[in-house]
Design a protein around this ligand. Structure first.
Ligand code: ZN
Length: 438
């Protein structure tokens, strides 16, 4: 029988052709999904849930969805070319060589694998940042502009993108340092310990995100006293949730998309609302959006997601620890020695089919959690009408595509389509009403 360790000990396996094949296969699968979605958007006649919508809005939403679909497909073609180029011309080995030279020139730094890896990841991250600029510019200042979504200037866009890149760099460096130090300490990849560490890191990020990371991007001010504040506080008391802070973010400076966030622990945390949400929605509807977010926390969704992420990291590490023992993996990509983090990167090319399955399952699970949070808001918090109208308004203001091919949606979105969500809430309400009148 072909057991997993034996399979990965195939020292004469052609890693490079496998990587190329998997990457191409992924693109073909994605193209198939685009074709399915495009057909849905072109021939969309599902008016069932949207009888109150006017034709102009409907047409705009479809045009926006189609424009975004085309943009994403072009971006995917560029990404495919970039990835195939990286595989074919041993780009990682090239960047690795440059990192070695930079390290040698910086004699004040410790001359170690860790520091060469950190320089490598910084160069790779910066190259990726530059690579993303032209298409990012097109997306914000041509596409979003055309549909009146863009509110950023070139300066504010560059600044927030650069800030995002820096945050990524800090996360990368921390992860790499911790990972390499642990591998050195244990003398091998400690699968169980790394899995637990991942969980701890994600937990910390989720917890500190609103306090330390969000203020880097948005200006937050406390929600003023008034009906909305009273209603949110009343909901929190009912659901035994202690509010640390309710703030309003100046999201409208960047975009007119509306959003809300509840973070912390299921019993205590903070709430952040985008100012656009307050502009567009009624008090009841904003409360229903807060209730949805509170549902995520109360139903332990964040904990469940961290568990899922950590277990998939564990599975990946197990396979990785088998794969990176092969010298041929490094040699075929232009490396003369084995380096753990490089092995991890190269392994990602081989792990495409596995990652695809994990990705689909991850989205299936996330969509399930969205339905649960909607249910929490509509039924558990008794905000039936507000949940429905609030969702409709958000979809309308964000020009969410009204309908979507289910497989495309599962692959690309962590949220179910607008139609599916509204339908599920309606079903839940009528079932609840029927049950309670019985
Ligand atoms: Zn949600």
């Amino acid at each position: 029988m072909l057991s997993v360790p034996n399979f990965f000990n195939f020292s004469n396996l052609n890693w490079k052709s496998s990587a190329t094949g998997f990457r191409l296969g992924k693109f073909i699968f994605e193209s198939y999904l685009y074709a399915r979605q495009y057909r849905v958007l072109k021939g969309l006649t599902n008016w069932g849930s949207y009888q109150d919508l006017d034709h102009e809005y409907f047409g705009n939403s479809q045009k926006y969805s189609q424009a975004k679909l085309k943009y994403n497909y072009v971006k995917d073609i560029f990404d495919l070319i970039k990835d195939l180029f990286v595989i074919k011309f041993n780009v990682y080995a090239f960047i690795w060589k440059i990192s070695g030279r930079v390290l040698k020139a910086s004699s004040f730094l410790p001359q170690s694998e860790l520091f060469q890896t950190l320089i490598f990841s910084a160069i790779a991250r910066l190259l990726l940042f530059v690579y993303n600029l032209p298409l990012g510019y097109y997306f914000n200042f041509v596409l979003e502009e055309k549909f009146n979504f863009n509110r950023s200037t070139i300066k504010s866009w560059l600044f927030s993108d650069l800030a995002g890149c820096l945050v990524q760099l800090i996360i990368d460096s921390t992860t790499i340092s911790l990972f390499l130090k642990t591998v050195n300490y244990f003398g091998k990849i400690p699968i169980l310990q790394s899995t637990m560490l991942t969980a701890a890191i994600f937990f910390t990020i989720f917890t500190i995100y609103p306090t330390f990371i969000l203020p880097l991007f948005f200006k937050a001010s406390p929600l003023p006293d008034g009906e909305l504040r009273t209603r949110i506080e009343k909901l929190a008391v009912e659901k035994a949730f202690q509010i640390k802070r309710i703030s309003v973010l100046d999201a409208s400076t960047y975009s007119s998309h509306s959003n809300a966030m509840v973070s912390g622990f299921p019993w205590r945390g903070e709430i952040a609302l985008s100012d656009t949400l307050l502009e567009d929605l009624s008090t009841d509807e904003v409360v229903s959006v807060v209730a949805h977010e509170l549902g995520h926390l109360k139903l332990f969704h964040i904990l469940k997601q961290i568990t899922f992420i950590s277990s998939s990291v564990g599975l990946n590490l197990f396979l990785l620890s088998k794969a990176i023992q092969n010298k041929s993996l490094y040699e075929q990509f232009g490396f003369s020695e084995k380096f753990v983090v490089i092995g991890f990167l190269l392994f990602q090319n081989i792990a495409i089919p596995l990652n695809l399955i994990v990705h689909l399952f991850d989205h299936y699970y996330k969509q399930k959690l969205e339905y649960e949070a909607d249910y929490y808001s509509a039924i558990d918090c008794g905000l039936k009408e507000a949940t429905l109208t609030g969702l409709s308004k958000i979809f309308k203001n964000n020009l969410n595509s009204l309908d979507s091919d289910w497989l495309f949606n599962l692959y690309h979105r962590t949220h179910p389509s607008s139609t599916d969500r509204l339908e599920a809430v309606r079903k839940a309400i009528s079932k609840y009403t029927l049950d309670s009148t019985r």
